[in-house]
Design a protein around this ligand. Structure first.
Ligand SMILES: Cc1cc2nc3c(=O)[nH]c(=O)nc-3n(C[C@H](O)[C@H](O)[C@H](O)COP(=O)(O)O)c2cc1C
Length: 407
């Protein structure tokens, strides 16, 4: 059974719904007034290495921090005395109407952070009627996940070998996945110095330091690590290829996500085989956006992977307008550092059709399972709703460049 309180309505005249607070063992959530609070509250509940795996950027953390700073480069012009009593943030993407202009980004190894995190995030997304993207680097088989959320998207990290591509497309289609995302910004694993310092590695190695880290966080040890082992067995990364999982403790798991020989050729091959919407995730260049369009993609995610790949990367927000100009009828999505309703509305005003949010939803799973994720979704949605009214807008899709001024 779902372990959650009902989620507030996401659109319409919803001021009343936001007063609802979680109950029972999720009382902690009442202290979470925004997405940063969720991360702050999750921090002491997670082993240092596990918290860091989610929170860290790469090398010096410059790209991750710059993602947040770049929102401060824009201020917003309010409009007043318009009737904003009925508001909607419903957004149509690939012919489907979602309740909000944001969804849950793919995050690998989520089940290491919180028990059954993929399924819990997926069920929360379904309850709130927003998209959930399953990572290839996840422990939950896509077939099981799709049973919990029949509208789920899937983000692949896969071999470009033609026969493997064919088998993978067959598997994803048979699982009932709706949108095929190809993550393209991980040709190699990045230089995660902070993870190494904290002892987080793939394969997972129970070093004395990591063991102590786990023992001093008994809630996580019992509620996530031991519960996973008891109920689900030794975790395996189960969606990288069409067949066969890779044990998290085995040597094979090192560097599995990176396929440095994966090129546009493989994208074209996937495009020929995959009948549904195809999305390229991890672009920062307008030239690449053009190639994506010419390769038949239906959408792109402008992303620097939450500042987890190249530490000198531009922020997605900075390059959004030039990429939008190249995108024509492709859906333009964006992620990396979105934490506030105004962040989402700034991106929509700069031409994005949709936003993905990562870390806060995984921290919310660690804090309170599905109820935590539903709470996080409703917090962001509530902010968007208030911001729409303050900006004099009734529809999120009406946000345009006239709202923005350079700070
Ligand atoms: C713990 C973690 C694991 C991730 N794993 C993947 C992945 O497997 N595939 C992928 O496309 N992106 C992955 N990402 C990147 C996210 O999809 C997304 O681009 C990023 O988290 C957005 O930034 P935000 O966390 O600041 O919202 C991961 C991010 C985190 C935090």
């Amino acid at each position: 059974m779902a372990d959650h309180a009902p989620a507030p309505a996401l659109s319409g005249r919803s001021d009343q719904a936001y007063g609802r607070m979680p109950h029972g063992r999720h009382r902690l959530l009442k202290h979470a007034l925004n997405l940063d609070d969720i991360q702050r509250l999750a921090n002491p509940r997670l082993p240092h290495a596990v918290y860091g795996y989610v929170a860290n950027g790469v090398e010096a953390g410059v790209a991750r921090d710059h993602n947040r700073t770049s929102f401060q480069g824009w201020r917003m012009v309010t409009r007043v005395l318009r009737d904003v009593s009925e508001r909607s943030q419903a957004t149509t993407l690939f012919g489907r109407r979602y309740a909000a202009p944001f969804g849950i980004a793919p995050m690998g190894a989520a089940a290491v952070v919180a028990y059954d995190a993929d399924n819990r995030m997926a069920r929360a997304a379904r309850a709130a009627d927003i998209p959930f993207v399953l990572s290839a680097n996840s422990i939950t088989p896509m077939e099981e996940l799709a049973a919990n959320n029949p509208d789920a998207w899937f983000a692949s990290y896969q071999s470009p070998e033609p026969d493997k591509v064919e088998r993978m497309i067959e598997r994803v289609a048979a699982a009932g996945i709706k949108v095929y995302v190809i993550t393209v910004d991980v040709p190699v694993g990045s230089n995660r110095e902070d993870d190494r310092r904290a002892g987080y590695s793939m394969p997972l190695r129970p070093t004395p330091r990591l063991t102590w880290d786990g023992l001093t966080h008994p809630g996580w040890l019992a509620g996530t690590a031991l519960r996973t082992l008891l109920k689900r067995g030794v975790p395996e990364i189960s969606n990288l290829e069409a067949r066969g999982g890779v044990n998290l403790f085995s040597r094979e798991v090192a560097g599995i996500a990176g396929h440095s020989d994966f090129t546009w050729r493989a994208v074209e091959h996937i495009r020929r085989l995959w009948k549904g919407p195809l999305v390229i995730k991890g672009l920062l260049s307008r030239e690449d956006a053009k190639i994506a369009r010419e390769s038949g993609a239906d959408g792109i995610v402008v992303s620097n992977h939450g500042g987890r790949q190249l530490d000198a990367a531009v922020s997605p927000l900075e390059v959004l307008p030039e990429i939008k100009a190249e995108s024509r009828d492709m859906a333009v999505m964006i992620d990396s550092g979105f934490r506030r309703g105004t962040d989402v509305l700034k991106a929509l005003a700069l031409g994005a059709d949709f936003v993905l949010v990562g870390r806060p939803f995984l921290f919310a799973s660690a804090l309170a399972g599905q109820a935590g994720v539903e709470h996080a979704i409703s917090l962001l949605s509530k902010e968007i709703d208030i911001d729409l009214a303050l900006l004099g807008l009734t529809q999120a899709s009406d946000a345009g460049p006239d709202l923005l001024r350079r700070a």
